[in-house]
Design a binder for this molecule. Structure first.
Ligand code: BG6
Length: 304
């Protein structure tokens, strides 16, 4: 509890930013401002809730999510870093890297004149398993909470050699019913179809969901929109510094095997991940930064 008292003393803002702790040590930061509410777990600097004021949550969190130190949280916006998916050569390294399951530290909180709240987190050097990532680098996440949610994931190569970096903001979006959702903006784009042995295909029209979907759309640097007729809203996903868009829904059987997706959880989520994966990994030159920046916003979907 001493730690929470210290975090609140240093970074808390009355009625806006507060820290709390579960009995197992899990620490959360809660943010409330005139534009939105949000919750972030210190483990993984993982956003697990964001609702613009008066709106249903935009970020989905599984009702069966567990909050256990060192275990990935099902839902929210996990940070996959410094590789995406399984490690290229070391199959015993954790899927999606180690950043999502390690404890980050907070380095700054700011209540901004425009009514938003900005939080900055960093992955401490001591949290980096040197056997998995023997490189001199830093990782920060700059999160701005308001009517829009912005995340700027900043990697710095502090070494003398170029780094190969894979990454994703693996965001789970809340939808009314996945079977009615359409994802716009990927028409004509090539993708690796992971449920069909990784073969390369070309998207025709909007993406819709009728079965397990696990795709890496390559060379996609543009914005996409989730159209959700049930919730009568569109979720706009803008990005910079990301060349891949990963689209994932496990569907019924895989969800049942996963055990932490909740009953029928797959119906109410879709992952649209702004990533640099497969052949889109980033080559980061010494003493340079890479920014993976995203902004989420919503608009009402008016029936025509
Ligand atoms: C997606 C991958 O990004 O994450 C899927 O494309 C994977 O293949 C999914 O199943 C969930 O991964 P995890 O490690 O959180 O269960």
């Amino acid at each position: 509890m001493e730690r929470i008292t210290e975090l609140n003393r240093r970074y808390g803002i009355p009625h806006q930013v507060s820290f709390s702790q579960e009995p197992n040590g899990f620490v959360f930061v809660d943010v409330t401002n005139p534009q939105a509410t949000a919750r972030i777990a210190l483990q993984g600097a993982q956003i697990i809730h964001w609702s613009p004021k008066g709106e249903a949550p935009v970020i989905w969190l599984s009702e069966a999510a567990s909050f256990l130190p060192g275990k990935s949280i099902r839902g929210g916006a996990p940070v996959c870093w410094p590789w995406f998916g399984p490690h290229e050569t070391q199959r015993d390294f954790p899927a999606h890297g180690f950043a999502r399951t390690t404890l980050w530290e907070i380095s700054g909180v700011e209540s901004r004149p425009d009514g938003t709240t900005k939080l900055v987190f960093h992955l401490p050097e001591s949290a980096t398993p040197k056997n998995q990532w023997p490189h001199a680098s830093t990782l920060e996440s700059h999160i701005t909470i308001g009517a829009h949610l912005e995340v700027d994931l900043v990697t710095r190569n502090q070494g003398n050699h170029p780094l190969t970096l894979g990454q994703a903001l693996h965001t789970y979006f809340q939808v009314g019913d996945i079977r009615t959702v359409r994802l716009h903006g990927l028409d004509g784009c090539s993708y690796l179809d992971k449920v069909d042995g990784g073969v390369c295909k070309v998207q025709q029209g909007a993406v819709n969901f009728t079965q397990e979907t696990d795709r890496i759309y390559l060379g996609t640097t543009h914005n996409v929109v989730i159209e959700d007729p049930q919730m009568q809203r569109q979720i706009h996903i803008a990005k910079r510094g990301s060349a891949s868009t990963v689209v994932w829904n496990p569907w019924i059987e895989k969800a049942a095997k996963m055990g932490d997706l909740g009953e029928n959880g797959y119906l109410h989520m879709v992952c649209v991940e702004n990533a640099n994966a497969a052949e889109d990994v980033v080559m980061l030159a010494p003493e340079t930064d890479h920014h993976l920046w995203v902004r989420y916003s919503t608009t009402a979907l008016t029936s025509t």
